[in-house]
Design a binder for this molecule. Structure first.
Ligand SMILES: [Zn+2]
Length: 114
């Protein structure tokens, strides 16, 4: 499952910063998953919940934000917001749009316990 390996990647990242910054537990982990990242949020949440049963994420509250993606519409000559890949421009209904953000998955905030 794609989301399981993403969750593993996030866990690796958290463990690396734990080593670097000398903390042992995470209280809260906030992630941002772009609307075009192709990630199923419920599956990712499930995978992270499974991983937080033990280890560094034990008991951590995991919050996943899904901000809308931004795209450039060539017809409107402006940036518009879209929520899924292949969507038409919400302003002119055209398809000449190019996604500029929304494909990323990142850790935005982490509250740690020493
Ligand atoms: Zn448009």
């Amino acid at each position: 499952m794609h989301e399981m390996s993403l969750a593993q990647g996030i866990l690796d990242l958290v463990e690396q910063s734990a080593q670097r910054e000398q903390f042992t537990r995470v209280q809260e982990l906030r992630l941002e998953v772009g609307a075009l990242a192709g990630v199923e949020i419920s599956a990712l949440q499930f995978a992270l919940d499974t991983m937080s049963q033990s280890g560094i994420l034990h008991g951590a509250q995991i919050v996943i934000d899904t901000p809308p993606a931004q795209a450039w519409c060539m017809q409107c000559s402006q940036t518009v917001e879209i929520t899924e890949r292949g969507q038409a421009c919400p302003k002119c209904n055209g398809y000449q749009i190019q996604a500029t953000t929304g494909t990323e998955l990142r850790v935005v905030d982490m509250v740690v316990i020493d």
